[in-house]
Design a protein around this ligand. Structure first.
Ligand SMILES: *Cc1c(COP(=O)(O)O)cnc(C)c1O
Length: 454
């Protein structure tokens, strides 16, 4: 066992291909479904035509690809090299603070080193690249906490594509600095729901005070793309091509854990739409199929939006207004508007169909946690390790700490690996509320307040 703390990789060792879990699923991938206004089901060709209004051909191809490994374009690798490989660290100080015995070790992969401060550029960069190749001049998108919007704004600036962002209103108000960041990179940002689209106007007519949701913002962004042939839509999570691009996280982590001479017993990541979880966990899933790993794969979601632990496994729309095809996934219903928790990136009614399929088949576990407990874990982590986590990432930290404590109570050895999906430098208003004892936990059913933070 190495006594080092940081396990880097030379940039020449960035993986040259992404991993695609589709051919390795237990149950074959269920195709998307879509219906005409009169209720007749569309054929796959018709769905393909609709998708072509939103996405570049290469992303649509990846969406259904049977290839286990997909080459990363050289131009994408060149940009990846500006911040990858991301570091893998052992949380030795946190282990000490927790009083863990020798045999319990916590490692984390840190995606906050990207220019956007999260894992999101891992897919924003290839998506902008593929769109540019197709002659697209503008990308429209939604953003929750602002992480995805910033990542796409950066990628748009790098590849010379305009970016228009529909930002969920609760986050737009809580996180002005994310908006400023996007605008500085040249993006245009609206608080969603807006009166710029049919979908937004419809929501505002029903509820003028709507705090918005990812589902509503996706409808608005899709509508903009469908109405303009030079504009495509870009999604920062959920879809299979996004999970493929994020596999760079786990592919690097496997090599870095080898440098640490450790094999994780449990691999943990937070889950909103599923992409950072998929990114870290899917390459480990493949490793399990190869007989080289026994790791449990654990997805951590907020109790205010408990898609995997309390949702239904069925076909549902990806957005509020029905612009997207239906996907087979765990869902709380496409009209579900979660309470305004600070982990804005985890406020999505559905989940990646790939992650959902593996949860349904018992290959992936899911747990739900409260936001105040997450902030307590985040502060403990920040004081020990020096990195201020994004509120989303704090869900993974809490689950990792809980795994460590459970192993200690059981007298077991355990190697824990979690993804620290981003830093929290733009989430200081949330930390201010937590520090002042003003944060609450929410029941998912009604957005009702359960109890005050102590
Ligand atoms: C967007 C985001 C998430 C959640 O999205 P996934 O697609 O589930 O990974 C988690 N952490 C951070 C920092 C994010 O920006």
């Amino acid at each position: 066992m190495s006594d080092k703390t940081r396990f880097g990789l030379d940039e020449t060792r960035i993986p040259e291909a992404w991993y695609n879990v589709i051919p390795d699923l237990k149950t074959p991938l269920a195709p998307p479904k879509a219906f005409a206004p009169d209720g007749t089901e569309l054929t796959m060709d018709q769905i393909g035509e609709r998708l072509a209004m939103l996405f570049p051909a290469e992303c649509i191809k990846q969406e259904m690809s049977p290839e286990r490994y997909i080459d990363i374009p050289g131009a994408v690798i060149d940009v990846y090299k500006t911040y990858r490989p991301s570091p893998l660290l052992r949380a030795k100080a946190l282990e000490r603070v927790l009083g863990l015995p020798e045999g319990i070790k916590i490692f984390y992969k840190y995606e906050g080193v990207s220019p956007a401060g999260s894992h999101k550029p891992n897919t924003a960069i290839p998506q902008a690249y593929y769109n540019k190749q197709e002659g697209i001049t503008k990308l429209s998108t939604e953003t929750g906490a602002g992480q995805w919007g910033s990542a796409l704004a950066i990628a748009g600036a790098l590849f010379g594509i305009d970016v228009e962002v529909f930002m969920v209103k609760v986050s737009y108000e809580q996180k002005p600095y994310r908006r400023i960041l996007m605008e500085t990179y040249g993006g245009t940002v609206h608080a969603s729901p807006t009166s710029l689209t049919d979908a937004g106007r419809h929501v505002l007519a029903m509820d003028p005070d709507s705090t918005g949701s990812l589902g509503i913002a996706i409808s608005e962004a899709c509508e903009v793309a469908i109405k303009d042939p030079g504009t495509h839509y870009a999604l920062g999570s959920v879809l299979n091509h996004v999970c493929i691009h994020q596999s760079i996280i786990g592919l690097e982590a496997i090599e870095q854990m080898a440098l640490a001479e450790e094999e994780p017993d449990v691999v943990i990541a937070c889950i909103g739409g599923g992409s950072n979880f998929a990114g870290l966990a899917f390459p480990y899933y493949r490793r399990k199929l190869d007989g080289k790993s026994n790791a449990r794969l654990v997805a951590v979601e907020p109790k205010a939006c408990p898609t995997l632990t309390a949702g239904e496994y069925r076909y549902d729309l990806g957005d509020e207004a029905g612009m997207t095809p239906q996907l087979l996934m765990y869902t709380l219903g496409h009209d579900f508007v979660p309470a305004g928790i600070h982990a804005g990136g985890l406020r999505y009614h559905g989940d990646s169909p790939l992650v959902s399929s593996l949860v349904h088949d018992g290959e992936v576990e899911a747990v739900a946690v409260d936001q105040t407990a997450c902030f307590a874990a985040a502060v403990q982590f920040a004081r020990a390790e020096g990195i201020l986590p994004a509120p989303e990432s704090s869900h993974a930290i809490l689950a990792a700490i809980n795994e460590a404590k459970a192993a200690q109570a059981a007298g077991e050895d355990k190697v824990i690996l979690f993804n620290l999906s981003g830093h929290g430098h733009f989430d200081l208003a949330a930390y201010a509320q937590y520090n002042a004892g003003e944060l609450r936990d929410f029941d998912f059913a009604a957005g009702a307040t359960l109890h005050e933070a102590e």
